[in-house]
Ligand binder design. Structure first.
Ligand code: ATP
Ligand code: MG
Length: 467
């Protein structure tokens, strides 16, 4: 059963239930028809016998009678005779009627079990059962009441099997109709199950094409619809889109990173070739090694950044979170960085005391360092940087500068890895700083946003949840 398809399982369950329902229906039909039929047979018996009572009259003399049909029968009885009207039905619809004297002597009519009933005492208007030759008969007696007939009895018989024929036809019809219905129901059930589960087939096909061919462009595309399977397919399509996007971003990252590593690497190789070509002066060696060292540092920083991204994505244990005095951390970083004195920029701070956060010291230091070094790098001559730390519903860390600013259309993109705004391409940098800031903020359950105006300056705001 485990290996069967859902479609088949549904159909089998459905069929089993249908068989039970149809079998139960069949039994109920049989039981109901048989009860109704037995009741009809008995009613018919009573009615026929009672009708026949009126067809028997007693006359002292023949002239007193008023024969209304040529076929009337006359039977000598006591000191007169009995007139049996030709309407007397001695055998109709399986009901037999016979006329008896009280002592059991048969006078007229039909009795299919003449002998068998001899011993049965007459009992007025009560139906009882008599078995003869394996057949059960209903027997119904009626005492005559008209003048002179008070000692006579009419006895009616009808076989219980009288209804068998009708019952057999019902069984025959049911035997054909019910399996046909079952077949139709099962075929219909199978068709409905196939139709309902067709989207699953599409989902499986799309998923297996993606997993085998790594074709992340493939979509299930079930179209409009709000049932469970359409919703599932849409969730899958969304997931495929996001995977596709993540995969492309990852590929882009790898190709950008390789590109960024290749440039310093070529410079280093070129410098090495240059100094090895022929003996050089000490100054030339020193200059070449300085270039090599700078490029080496650049590569090392890039590799470190990439490792940091990878660790944050893969394993939270690499950067454990602890209760951290953010006030102290911000003060320390600001003190260190205020020494830069690049472009004669002053670094000011407004730091609220006793702000604690659940964070990783290394990562948060890196976040703030990245923001402040950007503020220096893209700041203006004699400008200023203001670092603010505040706490309300959230912890707010802001780095504000009055530098070149960022055009509005690029403000979203600067958080992408390796993205650098057009106007800052002439400065040094790889474009990983803000991507790192964003990932670190995310890692701490926070977020980062920028508000900036070209030529006026920028404010980077990082928000963290309170401890
Ligand atoms: P890296 O930080 O990796 O050395 P980078 O500074 O160019 O290089 P990011 O810090 O990610 O990279 O910044 C991305 C881009 O955003 C920068 O190239 C610059 O164009 C713009 N930018 C960032 N900070 C500022 C700022 N304070 N003022 C103006 N532009 C900024
Ligand atoms: Mg930067």
């Amino acid at each position: 059963m485990k290996n069967l398809s859902v479609k088949l399982k549904v159909t089998i369950w459905f069929s089993v239930i249908m068989i039970f329902i149809i079998a139960a229906t069949f039994c109920i039909i049989l039981w109901a028809s048989s009860s109704v039929m037995q009741k009809n047979i008995q009613d018919n018996l009573v009615e026929t016998v009672e009708d026949n009572i009126d067809e028997i009259e007693f006359f002292k003399e023949i002239k007193d009678s008023d024969p209304d049909g040529d076929d009337d029968q006359y039977i000598a009885y006591k000191d007169g005779f009995l007139e049996i009207d030709d309407d007397f039905l001695d055998k109709v619809n399986g009901v037999f009627t016979a006329l008896y004297q009280e002592d059991g002597k048969f006078l007229y009519g039909e009795n299919p079990l003449a002998i068998a009933t001899e011993d049965i005492a007459f009992s007025d208007r009560i139906i009882h059962k008599v078995k003869s030759d394996g057949v059960i008969y209903y027997v119904f007696d009626c005492k005559l009441t008209s003048d002179g007939t008070e000692e006579l009895w009419l006895r009616g018989f009808v076989s219980e099997n009288q209804g068998t024929q009708q019952l057999t036809s019902i069984i025959r019809i049911s035997a054909v109709a019910l399996p046909t219905l079952l077949l139709l129901a099962v075929t219909g059930g199978y068709w409905i199950a196939s139709r309902a589960l067709r989207p699953v087939q599409k989902i499986t096909e799309a998923a297996s094409q993606i997993s085998h061919g790594s074709d992340l462009n493939k979509r299930i595309g079930l179209g409009k619809g709000n049932d469970e399977l359409h919703r599932l397919a849409n969730v899958f399509d969304d997931m495929f889109s996001r995977l596709d996007e993540a995969f492309k971003t990852e590929q882009q990252f790898i190709s950008d990173a390789s590109h960024e590593l290749r440039t310093p690497m070529s410079v280093i190789l070129a410098q090495c070739e240059y100094i090895l070509e022929q003996p050089r002066s000490n100054e030339e060696y020193a200059e070449a090694f300085t270039v090599i060292q700078r490029q080496g540092r650049k590569m090392s920083r890039l590799i470190e950044d990439m490792l940091c991204f990878a660790r944050m994505e893969q394993n939270e244990k690499s950067y454990p979170l602890e209760k951290l005095d953010l006030t102290e951390l911000v003060n320390d970083v600001c003190s260190d960085m205020s020494l830069i004195r690049d472009k004669n920029i002053t670094l000011k701070r407004r730091v609220r005391s006793d702000v604690f956060v659940s964070g990783n010291r290394m990562l948060l230091t890196r976040l703030l360092t990245n923001l402040i070094s950007n503020a220096y790098r893209y700041g203006r001559e004699n400008g200023e940087i203001i670092v603010t730390l505040d706490m309300n519903e959230e912890i707010l860390l802001q780095v504000e500068d009055n530098g070149i600013g960022i055009p509005e259309d690029q403000q979203k993109k600067i958080f992408e890895r390796f993205y650098r705004a057009d106007q800052s391409r002439n400065t040094e940098g790889t474009g990983l700083g803000l991507a790192m800031v964003k990932d670190i903020a995310d890692y701490h359950g926070g977020n980062v946003e920028v508000s900036s105006k070209t030529g006026t300056g920028s404010i980077f705001s990082v928000r963290f949840p309170r401890l």
